[in-house]
Design a protein around this ligand. Structure first.
Ligand SMILES: Nc1ncnc2c1ncn2[C@@H]1O[C@H](COP(=O)(O)OP(=O)(O)OP(=O)(O)O)[C@@H](O)[C@H]1O
Ligand SMILES: [Mg+2]
Length: 461
């Protein structure tokens, strides 16, 4: 990062110097006058220090700048740039050519809306500058530039304009420090995804699920073991560290589809309300390096890697390259042991991971099987998913007839039975009796439903 910044700063000075004659006076261009007026120096003497971030850090940059302005005051109000090409040229280029080509001038600030949570968004400056001062009192300008991937600007950017490199760097460092203290991502549930446009990585905020322990039906002791390894370690983090123990943990949930692996992960998210959760599924798994970096930054945190078997064979970076799974396991290893970071992996094909995991010990320190529900489990599930209706059925024969089905099958069975009840008595309370349950089960077990049945994971014929 350091050397790129230096190159960038040098380059900008050169660009400005190249057009120095034209912008020397800066007269007649209000944009340049605003900049040079505040900094008290002609454009060729202006130094710019830049830092780029992924586009989803835009709101964090705005927060850091706002906090900096609160600390040091605003000497020159926000202003923007007018001119048609402003969506794809960078700031200093605009300043350098402002007068020579007559392309840019003082304009109003461009704003954009950016998410700050699952249900919240904030206005952020898309392109604008503001005048303030450095901690030592020297005048500086801060500029925010949102990403415009459609124009090739993949990242968002903070620029600090000053008359010395040291001043500009000092201010940028302070803004970064304020960003870190107020990090918007901390304590959130976020998922990595890919945008359709040029496969940029995106970060989406998700609401945190709230499930109670009763809503997770697992054999005795299974949920306890999982909680001990996740919530338990989180609760005793400081004492464990003091006792020389490591905090980082890796938990693998494996078992047939529809048995509650994702459901359990969702439950854990609710049990860890202040923990940052970073979710990676499918193709987003290739952002695991970024996710691990975020997890370290935002600890205590959980990185959820859903259906890892999907990438066990993925060599999308080429046949000679190691599978994505190994990259993932390396990223897990790269997070220091003292970090309060949990890696939560799920799979329904544990066998495919076995060798990779065995070859790289220490990544997964607990593997828990989430099995098909036994008779007691099936009864509990039938009761759980009939909570909103009146169940007037003898469950014993249904429990017996559903041997080998998954939890999600039991859930769907109740819905179909409820639907039948509604069809025959539309206006009354939803009552599910033997008749509805038996009919729904028969429907789900009939031959022409073979596909549905296999999708829902029923082994019963
Ligand atoms: N053990 C369970 N207790 C209560 N409900 C469950 C359980 N398992 C599954 N369900 C219900 O079935 C739905 C689907 O299950 P879930 O997505 O957790 O399966 P999964 O094990 O992650 O399957 P896959 O391997 O296909 O990802 C859940 O959203 C939940 O409503
Ligand atoms: Mg799942």
């Amino acid at each position: 990062m350091g050397s790129t910044e230096r190159d960038l700063a040098t380059d900008l000075a050169r660009i400005v110097r190249a057009t120095a004659e034209e912008v020397e006076a800066g007269q007649g261009n209000e944009l340049i006058e605003r900049v040079t007026g505040h900094l008290g120096a002609p454009l060729p003497e202006v130094v710019v220090v830049t830092r780029n971030w992924p586009m989803w850090e835009h709101a964090n940059i705005q927060r850091g700048v706002d906090a900096y302005l609160a600390e040091h005051g605003t000497a020159v109000a926000w202003f923007g740039v007018a001119g048609g090409q402003r969506t794809h040229e960078d700031l200093i280029g605009m300043l350098a050519t402002a007068r020579s080509k007559g392309m840019y001038d003082l304009g109003s600030v461009d704003y954009t809306t950016t998410a700050t949570g699952p249900h919240d968004a904030t206005e952020a400056v898309q392109l604008g500058l503001v005048g303030t001062s450095a901690p030592g009192g020297e005048p500086v300008l801060l500029a925010i530039r949102g990403a415009t991937p459609q124009w090739g600007l993949e990242q968002c950017r903070l620029e600090v304009l000053a008359t010395s490199r040291a001043t500009a760097t000092e201010v940028r460092n302070r803004v970064e420090q304020l960003m870190a203290e107020r990090d918007l991502l901390r304590g959130q549930v976020v998922a990595f995804g890919t945008s359709e446009h040029r496969a940029n990585e995106l970060l989406t905020f998700l609401p945190r699920p709230a499930l109670t322990g009763e809503e997770v039906v697992l054999p005795d002791g299974v949920l306890d073991a999982i909680e001990r390894h996740t919530v338990g370690i989180a609760e005793h983090g400081e004492r464990l560290l003091a006792a020389g123990q490591h905090l980082k943990r890796g938990l693998l949930l494996h078992g047939p589809p529809g048995t509650g692996k994702t459901h359990t992960v969702r439950y854990l998210m609710g049990r860890l309300p202040d923990t940052t959760v970073i979710i990676l599924t499918g193709t987003a798994m290739r952002f695991v390096g970024k996710a691990a970096e975020l997890a370290r930054r935002l600890q205590p945190s959980v990185v959820v890697l859903e259906d890892v078997d999907l990438i066990a064979q993925d060599r999308s970076y080429g046949p000679m390259v190691q599978p994505l799974l190994f990259t993932l396991l390396d990223a897990m290893d790269g997070v220091g042991g003292d970090a309060d970071v949990t890696f939560l992996l799920t799979t329904n094909r544990a066998g495919e991971l076995e060798k990779a995991l065995a070859d790289r010990p220490g990544r997964v320190d607990l593997a828990v099987e989430i099995p098909l529900p036994d008779a007691a489990g099936r009864e509990a599930l039938l009761r759980l998913y009939s909570r909103g209706l009146r169940l007037e059925a003898d469950l014993a024969p249904i429990v017996e007839a559903t041997e080998g089905v998954t939890a999600s099958f039991a859930k769907e069975l109740l819905r179909r039975a409820a639907l039948r009840s509604l069809a025959s008595r539309p206006d009354e309370e939803v009552v599910v009796g033997d008749e509805e349950l038996t009919a729904a089960l028969r429907e789900m077990q009939e031959a022409h439903n073979a596909l549905t049945r296999s999708l829902l994971g029923s082994a019963a014929q």
